[in-house]
Design a protein around this ligand. Structure first.
Ligand SMILES: Cc1cc2nc3c(=O)[nH]c(=O)nc-3n(C[C@H](O)[C@H](O)[C@H](O)COP(=O)(O)OP(=O)(O)OC[C@H]3O[C@@H](n4cnc5c(N)ncnc54)[C@H](O)[C@@H]3O)c2cc1C
Length: 458
């Protein structure tokens, strides 16, 4: 570490940001024989990746084959494009879909990361079960495994080390300038720099400029996503893509701050407003529905039943924690439910009756929802008070198939972007183009591709 604090020290690959993208990039670079260091400005590594549920798609993984699930990169790409609609990074969809199963297998087989195929439910945007996640479904576990692997690969991860700017010579990126209270100020020269600093969800000015639809949502991702890496690259002439896209979440449990698992909705749950009326068609997914919820009159509640509560709690640790912490109210009938969530009993009774009729097929749902999971809700009911949130931005700089940053005349020499710094694959604008796992697919996938290519620049 002392070595690195001297100015003008050489390392093959400098990685900015110790989340999923950065750690994957460093591991891939060292697999390729390069030396790598990861610089993290916060006190702890992890970023948004640690806050996530750690779910990453692998289209055609061997675990899917073992489970008899017929999947392929082409099917994954088709699913993602169906959800996202046309956008600026469609070429990347195919690149990431091809890389996805090898990515999950590489993390598990080469680096001992514990990821398992989730088969108990499908996710937003996916036609077959293909997300792989830590058994706890907690991003902290994914980060802990990646850090263990980084240590084993002799990758230094330096915390309290904010990168202040890029070192640019003759239009090429040659390293970074670090400047922090604990780290001091120094320059680190390298063959390649991988920017894995995530997007700009924590920067209200950039949100207002690039993703105004997210302005009304409270940001609940990690503090470090302040967008500086995107700004440096724009100054270098990089081009933005899909800049108005983001991942929202329609139902963060309040005041607990944890996710109200969307499986509660997929199994038949509904979201009701402060009057006890439905807000819209929940089946657009947790991200797409967030902006709609933010326009509704609160307090908002997710309403389901105790069968759903117990099943989801049995499979998802974070939701079980929410139940244990008293975040899920139980009510024997509609009147008790109305009282528990503070809404008009007659209005809520009408809402539930209409939803029940739609779920059992006896009437058309007024919001257009067609998928009711387990069918109509039955007493006893369960409910969670919820707020809509912004989790991360999906817009960023355009990259090529090796995650090289694209300027006006092609790749900018010496610099790569992975994860939230890069233009994502979730459509051009808003939250409805986001498929589950798109965040980590771009983080871990582009990180792996960047690290591999960067190792070749030695
Ligand atoms: C609650 C929640 C649940 C989610 N669940 C999922 C999920 O299950 N699946 C999925 O695919 N996505 C999920 N996401 C989205 C996913 O977490 C992100 O898309 C992904 O983690 C981004 O990874 P990253 O490596 O790009 O960024 P991060 O993991 O945020 O890492 C970036 C790191 O860079 C550091 N950094 C920033 N600037 C600098 C600088 N100047 N110098 C040094 N360091 C810097 C930051 O502090 C941070 O630690 C979820 C998000 C949230 C908030």
């Amino acid at each position: 570490m002392g070595e690195l604090n001297r100015p003008e020290v050489d390392v093959d690959v400098v990685v900015v940001g110790a989340g999923g993208a950065g750690l994957a990039a460093a591991l891939a670079a060292t697999d390729g024989g390069a030396t790598a260091v990861v610089l993290e400005k916060e006190e702890r590594p992890g970023g948004n990746t640690a806050a996530s549920t750690g779910s990453v798609p692998g289209g055609g993984s061997r675990w899917q084959a073992e489970a008899g699930i017929n999947d392929s990169p082409a099917r994954l790409a088709a699913d993602l494009l169906r959800q996202s609609g046309p956008h600026d990074a469609e070429d990347l969809v195919h690149v990431l879909a091809e890389a996805s199963a090898p990515l999950v297998e590489w993390l598990v087989d080469t680096h001992g990361v514990d990821l398992r195929l989730i088969t108990d439910y499908k996710h937003v945007g996916h036609s077959v079960p293909r997300l792989h996640a830590p058994p706890s479904r907690k991003g902290h576990a994914l980060i802990a495994d990646l850090l263990r692997a980084a240590k084993a690969a002799d990758v230094e991860v330096l915390t309290h080390t904010p990168v202040e700017s890029l070192l640019v010579e003759d239009g090429a990126v040659r390293g970074v300038v670090v400047s922090g209270r604990r780290s001091g100020t120094y320059t680190l020269r390298s063959h390649a720099v991988v920017l894995a600093a995530n997007g700009f969800g924590a920067d209200p000015e950039m949100i207002a400029r690039f993703a105004p639809q997210a302005s009304g949502l409270e940001y609940l991702g990690a503090h470090g996503s302040t967008g500086e890496a995107v700004r440096w690259l724009l100054d270098l002439g990089a081009t933005m893509g899909n800049e108005s896209a983001f991942q929202g979440y329609a139902a963060v449990a309040s005041p607990h701050g944890s996710i109200t698992s969307w499986t509660t909705v997929e199994h038949g749950g509904i979201l009701v407003d402060g009057r006890g009326a439905r807000i819209g068609d929940e089946s657009v997914g947790y991200s797409g529905f967030a902006a709609e919820v933010s326009r509704a009159q609160g307090p908002i509640h997710v309403v389901f039943d105790t069968r759903i509560r117990d099943s989801v709690a049995a499979h998802e640790e974070e939701f079980a924690d929410l139940v244990a912490a008293g975040g899920v109210k139980e009510a024997a009938d509609v009147a008790a439910l109305a009282e528990a969530i503070g809404v008009d009993g007659d209005e809520l009774a009408r809402t539930l009756e209409t939803a029940r009729a739609a779920a059992d097929g006896s009437a058309k749902d007024p919001t257009g929802r067609g998928n009711w999971g387990w069918g109509k809700l039955r007493p006893p009911y369960a409910a969670v008070r919820a707020i809509p949130a912004l989790f991360h931005t999906q817009g960023g700089v355009r990259v090529d198939a090796h995650a090289r940053v694209l300027g006006r005349g092609g790749p900018v020499p010496g610099v790569y972007a992975a994860g939230g710094v890069a233009a994502g694959v979730s459509g051009r604008a808003g939250g409805s183009g986001y498929s589950s796992g798109n965040g980590l697919l771009a983080a871990l996938g582009l990180g792996m591709l960047a690290g591999r290519h960067a190792a070749g620049t030695r």
